[in-house]
Design a protein around this ligand. Structure first.
Ligand code: GDP
Length: 478
């Protein structure tokens, strides 16, 4: 916790001789390598208008041990966390309501449903958690913030409408996150329903039904009439068993913020999804860059609860500030430690974000390839017509330089949107716009997220650019 004169000079970006002179005025005769006491450091720094903050030293090994503490024998099966995605108006909200109404947690029937951002149902003694902000935007925004909360995706496709642009986006977002997909073919009650067409169209996107030799589960439902909901739930349980989802309920809790807001009466209110451990009222907790103590917990039926185990969503109060959706939380036995780790975490997170933001740049690609950091370059293609998007994707897939390949995460028609940028940010991808540009929201988000967007009009140029970047011959862009 001490500094030599030259170290202090460096920190203040001053010449050591200047510091020595100032010290002389203070009656301290110092040489350049002399260690200064805390008081002198504060005096000199104060003179330059710099405030001295003592660095908190956290034992990183303890921190990591905390994160990886679970032994195989401590792990128990936990409920799956499910997100519903699909094109607008295909019935996501109706399906969420329908599932909730048919299967309110049996032990808690009679409660009044609360919107806290997630809810839990129980079926034959087994629970399932649903995130009730449908859509891939929320899903990927969380992922961009480093949170992986979804275990299973339900892709809703209206049987009378078929695969639409946001259906394809949803598929690609789920695939990029490597989350298994169950297809719910909805609106089967409609006369114009054509489930075969839906299956056919989805096959083109790699979702092949089991009957046709693939491994994607399709369930026919009518969210409106409540038909097929039991089948859907059974399939969720099945996939969940295959995934072997586990957690250790007997440890301090950790997880992710689902949503958060400032409530006039209650202060900072946050819905937390416990992903490991058990959360208790009174726990000292670090949430993103804020911390506090869990004052009260309320479940999705508005009931006060004292504990919340793995995969349980609860709304808590007691945080100093309002965290953001996607922030991670952790409980610490000792409140002082919670505060210290909270600060260290926030610093670590900021550093990680800074590192991340430079990762996406095409100019840096070659260095990362050379260092062996990447084996695949993730690319998102938006084009004016589907034909060019596919042609471009096909050509890029053929490029291979030193064992590094191009992986196409998503292709689409139309302007580059915010959703494309968020997907790129979450998946560390580059976006190529072919005869299209980003819309205003996308432009702003791309700047904030530091996503590399390359605009082109000639396929050959795109291929050449990517290839040159991979070979380290890219002309710098000015
Ligand atoms: P979202 O935009 O995907 O959340 O779609 P909504 O759940 O808001 O549904 C859009 C419209 O489709 C609403 O008018 C629903 O009543 C209707 N809808 C949803 N599911 C079904 C269904 O199974 N059958 C029929 N006939 N209509 C449905």
């Amino acid at each position: 916790d001490t500094l030599t004169v030259s170290e202090l000079a460096k920190k203040l970006t001053k010449e050591p001789s200047e510091i020595i002179k100032k010290l002389m005025f203070l009656g301290v005769m110092a040489t350049i390598n002399q260690e200064l006491d805390k008081e002198s450091i504060e005096l000199i720094a104060g003179d330059y208008g710099v405030e001295v903050e003592e660095e908190i030293i956290i034992d990183e090994t303890e921190f990591e041990a905390y994160e990886n503490a679970d032994k195989e024998e401590d792990l128990q099966t936990r409920p799956p966390v499910v997100t519903i995605m699909g094109h607008v108006d295909h019935g996501k909200t109706t399906l969420l309501d329908s599932i909730r109404n048919t299967k309110v947690t049996a032990s808690e029937a009679g409660g009044i449903t609360q919107h806290i951002g997630a809810y839990q149902i129980e079926d034959k003694g087994k629970k399932i958690t649903f995130l009730d902000t449908p859509g891939h935007a929320a899903f990927t925004t969380m992922r961009a913030r480093g949170a992986q909360v979804t275990d299973i995706t339900i892709l809703v496709v209206a049987a009378d409408d078929g695969v639409m642009p946001q259906t394809v986006e949803a598929i690609n977002h789920a695939k990029a996150a490597e989350v298994p997909i169950i297809v719910a073919v909805n609106k089967m009650d409609k006369e114009s329903a054509n489930p075969d067409r839906v299956m056919q169209e989805l096959t083109e996107h790699g979702l092949i039904p089991e009957d046709w030799g693939g491994d994607t589960i399709f369930v026919s439902v009518s969210a409106l009439k409540g038909d097929g909901i039991d089948d859907l739930i059974e399939m969720i349980q099945l996939v969940s068993e295959v995934e072997e989802l586990k957690a250790n309920p007997n440890r301090a809790a950790q997880g992710t913020v689902i949503e958060a807001e400032l409530d006039k009466g209650r202060g900072s209110v946050a819905t937390l999804l416990v992903q490991n451990g058990t959360l208790n009222v009174g726990d000292p907790i670090v949430v993103g860059n804020t911390f506090g103590r869990v004052r009260a917990m309320v479940n999705d039926l508005g009931r006060r609860v004292k504990t919340a185990g793995p995969s349980t969503p609860v709304e808590i109060t007691g945080l100093n500030e309002v965290p953001q959706a996607g922030d991670q939380f952790m409980v610490f036995v000792d409140e002082k430690k919670a505060r210290q780790i909270g600060e260290a975490r926030s610093k670590k997170q900021q550093e990680a974000q800074r590192k991340e933001s430079s990762k996406l740049n095409l100019e840096d690609l070659f260095n990362q390839i050379k260092e062996g950091d990447i084996k695949e370059i993730n690319v998102i293609i938006k084009a004016d017509v589907q034909g060019s998007a596919e042609a471009l994707a096909g050509s890029l897939r053929k490029i291979e330089v030193e064992g590094v390949k191009v992986k196409i995460l998503h292709t689409g028609v139309g302007a580059i949107t915010e959703s494309d940028i968020i997907l790129a940010s979450a998946s560390n991808a580059i976006i190529i716009g072919f005869n299209v540009r980003p819309d205003n929201n996308a432009k702003r988000t791309a700047e904030a997220e530091k996503v590399d967007v390359r605009l082109h009009r000639i396929i050959y140029n795109v291929i050449e650019e990517i290839e040159s970047a991979m070979k380290g011959m890219l002309d710098p862009e000015f």
